[in-house]
Design a binder for this molecule. Sequence first.
Ligand code: Q9C
Ligand code: ZN
Length: 360
Amino acid sequence: MPPLPPTPLIASDVHLGHAGLVELLAGKEIPCFESPERATVIRDALLATGDYLLAAPEDHGPDPVAAVHELELIDLVEGVWADAIAAGHDPTRPLLPDTFLLREYAGRMPLEQLPARRHDRLGAYCFDTATPIVEGTAAAARAAVDIGLTALDHVLEGGARLAYGLCRPPGHHAGRNLIGGYCFYNNAAIVAESMLSRGAERVAILDIDFHHGNGTQQIFWDRGEVLYVSLHGDPRGIYPYYSGYATERGAGDGERATVNLPLRPGTDGDAYLGALREGLEAIAAFDADAPLVVSLGFDTYHADPICNLALRTDDYARIGSSIGGLGSSVVALQEGGYAVEALGANAVAFLGGLRDGLAG
Ligand code: Q9C
Ligand code: ZN
């Protein structure tokens, strides 16, 4: 087979406005792992290979976001910063929720009202303290969605077998009505839903970020037309803690369309590839009629600051090449990965392996 033509790399600088943040980790304010440099180093490393063609995202409007997220959540993301500033919030400080609306808060009481000012109800739509909001957050989140949808266009209409969307902020922790885990809009879910609206009947999402994609799982939990397969750190000790167990398999029409493959601490490349094979078998059996969506995280890397697995840069080439071996075209969307010094090499290895797998 001839070598693949350059792979579209969809990126934008709008994400740079989503920065200057702190997150709360176990009661301590720490600089955000999820930094703008992450995207910059990945972009520069990919472009330096000569195998990628940089393209800007196109505006796909609000409808694809509204097909996945509830309007109140979109309204919150879009307007919470302005409400907070109008109420006197210090514009140099990020917004974090302080009062979470948990199921047990209500008990058997009806909760009929939410406060009018969006920052006062932020805790009704956010599940953690790791997801600070600043002035540029909403624009960055929308740009990340457009990056994903433009990557999809390159595959569906541009004839590419692989397109890579350098999404930032990431998306897979965002649920229908919930932000969290550095995520606001669920880029991968929006791309999958867009495939369905464009005529696909079965779409598969493979999530290889280190964390369980609770948001993606929640969105498609009872829907049989989207298969969600995730490899991730064992939730018994790893964020997001409350989901990602192998016993979670979907419900109703979506029964067996969720496949969770938790990994033990210290999992190395060989063991990872074994679990991946299981995930790829489920994807092959599902027989999607649309490109495979890959939620791509490099936080499985041995030196990642929030990871307990043991993957090396070479392993990403093997992982990419196994995924390419499926024979499906791929829309790969960036999720996590926080070992900034290794992100470029890991992205080059993974996407290079994927290109080889698709070509061979
Ligand atoms: N002790 C993504 O990778 N905090 N999100 C973890 C670890 C939040 C990860 C705390 C991690 C969110 C897209
Ligand atoms: Zn992650």
